[in-house]
Design a protein around this ligand. Structure first.
Ligand code: DX5
Ligand code: ZN
Length: 219
């Protein structure tokens, strides 16, 4: 399977959101990555349902919704109703992760779990078979434009090894500090979905940057 590119709208121009959505619609990107932050789980507040609704109105590709919020189980149904296709909750935010994953699936969405940089991938062993995707945070969540944490590469490789035995179709998404210069090494480590905010939106030709990231071939 060719890898997935998911531009993060956190780095979009919110005063020209429709324009940026159309840019993604007309590019080689696969998904829209939508970062929801509550100011409690992470030290930043981004946006919630009204913005998700606005994105859904124009987006012609799946919405990959990354919930950086406490008690995500309270809002799963509403995120599904507002158009989320994939819902990622944080391991660190879920006391009853298995139940929350079942809720996401019952709401008709693909289910995914995110791990903060300090959270070991081995903790997912007993739930890996139930997941469509794992999101490896390669920065501390909360802000776009941060520097990639190199240890993430080892985590991806370890997770891919575990997935090969338990859930070979697992998508491994990397989020934070991803750019054209580290995508190849991340693919080699075993990742196959890439979130990029700053790398895409700060490029002089955003559509071309998406194409360049999509066309990286390590075979
Ligand atoms: C960070 C968010 C990311 C962010 C990535 O907490 O989860 O999705 O938008 O931004 P870049 O690609 O700029 O590191
Ligand atoms: Zn994200």
């Amino acid at each position: 399977m060719k890898h997935i590119i998911a531009p993060s709208i956190l780095s979009a121009d919110f005063a020209n959101l429709q324009r940026d959505i159309e840019m993604i619609n007309n590019s080689d990107a696969d998904w829209f990555h939508v970062d929801v932050m509550d100011g409690v789980f992470v030290p930043n507040i981004s946006f919630g349902f009204p913005v998700l609704k606005a994105v859904k109105k124009y987006a012609k590709k799946p919405l990959d919704v990354h919930l950086m919020i406490v008690n995500p189980e309270k809002y799963i149904q509403e995120f599904a109703n507002e158009g989320a296709d994939i819902i990622t909750v944080h391991y660190e935010a879920c006391l009853h992760l298995h139940r929350t994953i079942q809720m996401i699936k019952a709401a008709g969405c693909k289910a995914s779990v995110a791990l903060n940089p300090h959270t070991a991938v081995g903790l997912l062993k007993d739930i890996l078979a139930d997941l469509d995707m794992v999101l490896i945070m390669s920065v501390n969540p909360g802000f776009g434009g941060q520097q990639f944490i190199p240890q993430s590469l080892n985590k991806i490789a370890e997770l891919r090894k575990m997935a090969n035995e338990i859930n070979p179709n697992l998508i491994i998404e990397v989020d934070g500090g991803v750019s054209i210069s580290n995508t190849a090494s991340l693919i080699k480590a075993g990742a196959n979905a890439f979130v990029a905010g700053n790398a895409i939106f700060s490029a002089s030709n955003q559509t071309q940057m998406i194409a360049d990231m999509k066309n990286i071939d390590v075979s």
